[in-house]
Design a protein around this ligand. Structure first.
Ligand code: C2O
Ligand code: CU
Length: 503
């Protein structure tokens, strides 16, 4: 009745499921969901004998100031080296990498071949939330197409962004199912900072759980309450791909945390990671770190200087996001924590060949200057989890005690003002706060972590803690959303609206 989740051991013998596994029953791809069964979670975590080299999702780049693409969301993507019933854009998970420049126009015709509504969000992009731009209130029904048009401002930062569905109620299922892609903004011609790297790679990390039939496994109510974490942690849709490198020849890796709920604490065995950009904007100077922590939705651009010939694991260490213990009532009954059982190997860097010497990184990077405008208003936002029949596991997931209502304006902000918001989180789980369109700087968090001091679009609010952020609402008027980027929580209602109005 409930096929066990696929294990790596079994995955080895599962080449070519063929069309039978891709065929979707009358009930659609959700009908293919089996009950969740965690019994195999720790079993058979073998590295495939012949790991594939990291694949590059097809790149579609703008020319002459415009990029027009068609994205078709449909089941039947290749994932973890198998033909599966997972979802993809244009048959691929992740979808194509879109490359644009500041000032460009990006036109996307989104065709929905799922059996449920979808839509598109350009995560982190500073584009209008209105009409057919980055409008999260749009709905694209099955067997219809919709034409999005994004006007990228000429002063848009150059960096790493991503796109994913945002139809309230199905976001977690669709991303866990495989729908996501990278969206890169390249610097205006001739303005690239000289990082002197020999490779510039996208590493889009997603997680999912597949059963032996190649179907995505549905989460239990408890998984949704905690935020589901897949058993397979994939990079560009691959299970532990290899990354070719030459000793000393530096590479830029654009790491995107596209997981539904999993926080990634990333390190590279025997190497340091030099952080040059975060959430699509450059840091003022490179920062050499042992580990980079990314909440769901965050991106880190790191420069890696490969050591002597050998194999080095890129690892995501387990991160405890909190637990339900002490949450009382149903929460206490659910018990448990959120940390995955052990580290997940994301990829293997295979270094070979003659040593190369790469020049050092520049001492300064083209960070954005943040206007020193003082905040003219303060607001409080509260992430809450409480008893309530309406949510998964009998829990209610709310902001300021209310579940999401697309019709309601939760915050009304005059265009042109800068505000300080305090996001507090009395709940026993950490929640990543994400605001569309208007990036913010973190002023402080309750865990005392030093703020990055560059604009970002997701900040992890510690359990029983808070984050204080400064938001310049100085760019686009319009209505959009802020929410928890544990997308199971967002789907359960932990989302609210902000309307930025011309004064
Ligand atoms: Cu990446 Cu509103 O989400
Ligand atoms: Cu949350």
């Amino acid at each position: 009745m409930r096929p066990a989740p696929i294990s790596r051991r079994r995955a080895l013998g599962l080449a070519g499921l063929g069309t039978a596994a891709v065929a979707i029953g009358a009930t659609g791809w959700l009908g293919g969901f089996a009950g969740y069964d965690g019994a195999d979670a720790a079993a058979g975590r073998l590295r495939p004998a012949a790991a594939e080299p990291l694949r590059v999702p097809g790149v579609l780049a703008s020319r002459g100031g415009r990029l027009a693409v068609e994205l078709t969301a449909a089941p039947g993507a290749t994932l973890a080296g198998q033909n599966t019933a997972a979802l993809g854009y244009n048959g691929s998970s992740p979808g194509p990498t879109l490359r644009v420049r500041p000032g460009d126009q990006l036109a996307v015709r989104l065709t929905n071949q799922l059996d449920q509504p979808t839509n598109l969000h350009t995560h982190g992009m500073r584009v209008s939330p209105q009409a057919n731009s980055d409008n999260p209130f749009l709905q694209v029904d099955p067997n219809t197409s919709f034409d999005y048009l994004y006007q990228i401002p000429p002063d848009h930062p150059a960096g790493t962004f991503w796109y994913h569905p945002h139809h309230h109620g199905t976001v977690a299922d669709q991303i866990f199912g495989g729908l996501a892609g990278a969206l890169l903004v390249d610097p205006p011609l001739g303005q690239d900072p000289d990082l002197s790297v020999t490779a510039d790679r996208v590493l889009l990390v997603t997680d999912t759980t597949l059963n032996t039939g190649g179907h995505v496994v549905a989460p239990s109510a408890m998984d949704r309450a905690m935020g589901r974490q897949g058993e397979l942690v994939l990079v560009n849709g691959q299970d532990q791909p290899t990354i070719a490198a030459a000793p000393g020849a530096t590479q830029r890796w654009r790491i995107i945390n596209g997981c539904v709920s999993r926080v990634l604490a990333i390190r590279l065995q025997d190497h340091q990671l030099v952080l040059v950009a975060h959430d699509g904007t450059f840091l003022p100077a490179p920062a050499t770190l042992d580990q980079v922590v990314l909440a769901p939705g965050n991106r880190a651009d790191v420069v890696v200087r490969p050591g002597p010939a050998g194999r080095y694991s890129l690892v995501a260490d387990p991160v405890e996001r909190g637990g339900m213990m002490g949450g009382g009532g149903m929460g206490a009954m659910m018990g448990g924590g959120t940390a995955p059982s052990g580290p997940a190997t994301l990829a293997i860097m295979v270094t070979a060949g003659a040593p190369v010497s790469s020049p050092p990184l520049p001492a300064a990077l083209p960070a954005e200057t943040i206007p020193a405008a003082p905040a003219t208003a303060q607001r409080q936002v509260v992430f809450q989890m409480g008893m309530g029949a309406m949510g998964p596991g009998g829990m209610a997931f709310t902001i300021d005690g209310r579940v999401f209502d697309p019709q309601r304006d939760d915050q009304t902000v005059p265009l042109g003002t800068t505000e300080d918001w305090t996001i507090s989180n009395p709940s026993p789980l950490a929640h990543p706060f994400h605001l569309h369109v208007w990036p913010f700087t973190v002023l402080a968090t309750s865990d005392g972590a030093p703020p990055l001091e560059v604009p970002q679009d997701v900040v992890l609010v510690p359990a029983q803690g808070w984050a204080r952020i400064r938001i310049p609402f100085t760019t686009h008027p319009g209505r959009s959303v802020y929410h928890c980027h544990i997308l199971d929580h967002e789907d359960a209602g932990m989302m609210a609206t902000v309307n930025v109005v011309r004064a």
